[in-house]
Design a protein around this ligand. Structure first.
Ligand SMILES: *Cc1c(COP(=O)(O)O)cnc(C)c1O
Length: 423
């Protein structure tokens, strides 16, 4: 489509947008107590609150008031199986079978618990492939797992670096590194979407290479779930984990998700850190000492989950469902990102550099570096003061994420107006 750089054109795109009404399903923050909506481009960090959320939370508070412990059983959405009400829609978001996903714990905790089962180093095959500039929590998790097994992280961590002068990793380089270390790699742990650059990784190609060399592959989907379309089951990914407070709009610190491929569900040899919620449901309450894991991703659960957080996730998943699911949202997301990219290039080509790769290799988020006499941090502060919410990531990036559930084409024009004025 030929884009135009004008508010009227942006408004016409919003009028034609079949998902425009979804914005009304969210609470949009206002600028400094005014009546004017913020330009909220921060759904990559904390997604906005769906209007369904308070209703679903209140339902659980009321149930607790009126039923006490009986809220676990005889009522609508009983707490005992509450996590099961999230399974079907969570599975659709990541391209899994329902038996392959479960909502539990937090993201970093899940990475650890999954590595307990899936990072099984031997003296020959003990290395882990990870990015040189992975999200720190992922780096710490991998590093500490390596130490836990008695290996030296300096030797055992194979770090992927972009080429000299480049920000993003090239698929060829990732695959070449896998080939070069194939006999020593026990695990590949990469993001689905990179948090700093917004680059979407070719998860299918990476999973293919991993399977070809008999290496376990896990993905951190913090920035991918609710953002891009995935087929974790078909790709043969071994495990994955994601948080629910970014594109999944389930509230700060809300419970995370995880995926375990069905090929592992009945493998009794896998080590795991077990808890009673992972035990066979039929005999869980016999309170016996012999652990029998549920033969699905649920078998990795430890504790009975925080229901208020799961209620927020259910509200979010219902909102995704109302929008027609992730494929429909992805179509709009591509258009929004393309329009924002067009506006930035049209007006500010010499002053901003978009480091996020084009086309299929980007999701909602564009990562922008400022090339002007002002520092990126100063520009960030100026646009925030003018009604934009986005985020700043050291060393030098402003991340902006137009989210298809609640952002508009008009937001993109207003954002670029403010950015231009601040330069
Ligand atoms: C957001 C994010 C995290 C956050 O981890 P928590 O355990 O939820 O605090 C971890 N890794 C990546 C890649 C992230 O983007």
């Amino acid at each position: 489509m030929a884009f135009e750089d004008s508010l009227a054109f942006a408004q016409s795109l919003d009028q034609q947008d079949p998902l425009a009404h979804m914005r009304d399903a969210f609470h949009i923050p206002k600028i400094n107590g005014s009546n004017e909506d913020e330009i909220y481009f921060c759904g990559n960090s904390l997604g906005l609150q769906p209007k369904l959320t308070s209703q679903y939370l209140n339902d659980e508070l009321t149930k607790w008031q009126q039923l006490g412990v009986k809220g676990h059983f005889d009522c609508e959405f009983p707490w005992m199986p509450y996590h099961e009400f999230l399974t079907e829609e969570s599975a659709k978001l990541v391209g899994a079978k329902p038996s392959e996903v479960v909502c539990m714990n937090s993201l970093t905790a899940n990475l650890h618990f999954l590595m307990v089962s899936f990072y099984r180093p031997t003296q020959q095959k003990f290395k882990v492939l990870i990015e040189d500039h992975a999200f720190p929590s992922d780096h710490y998790a991998v590093e500490s797992q390596i130490k836990f097994h008695g290996f030296d992280p300096d030797e055992a961590m194979v770090l992927l670096k972009p080429r000299e002068g480049e920000e993003c990793l090239q698929l060829d380089d990732i695959l070449a590194t896998i080939d070069a270390h194939a006999n020593e790699l026990a695990l590949i742990m990469l993001p689905g979407v990179q948090y700093y650059t917004g680059q979407v990784f070719d998860m299918q190609a990476i999973a293919d290479a991993a399977q070809h060399h008999d290496i376990v592959v896990g993905f951190d989907l913090a920035h991918a779930t609710g953002n891009v379309v995935m087929k974790l089951h078909d790709w043969g990914v071994d495990f994955a984990a994601w948080c629910s407070y970014k594109y999944l709009n389930s509230g700060p610190g809300s419970v995370a998700g995880c995926f375990v491929h069905e090929k592992h569900h009945d493998n009794a040899d896998l080590p795991r850190f077990a808890g009673w919620w992972g035990h066979d449901k039929a005999t869980r309450f016999k309170m016996e000492n012999h652990f029998i894991p549920i033969q699905s991703a649920e078998g990795w659960q430890l504790s009975n989950p925080p229901i208020l957080s799961l209620a927020a996730i259910r509200a979010s998943l219902d909102t995704f469902k109302q929008a027609g699911g992730i494929s429909a949202l992805r179509d709009k997301s591509k258009q929004l990102a393309a329009y924002l990219r067009f506006l930035l290039n049209n007006r500010l080509k010499n002053q901003v550099e978009i480091i996020t790769p084009d086309d299929q290799l980007s999701g909602c988020q564009l990562s922008i570096c400022i090339n002007s006499n002002k520092t990126g941090k100063d520009v960030f502060n100026a646009i925030e003061a003018a009604g934009v919410t986005c985020d700043w990531r050291e060393p030098n990036v402003i991340r902006v994420a137009p989210v298809p559930l609640y952002n508009t084409f008009e937001d993109c024009v207003r954002f670029v107006d403010i950015l231009e004025a601040s330069l």
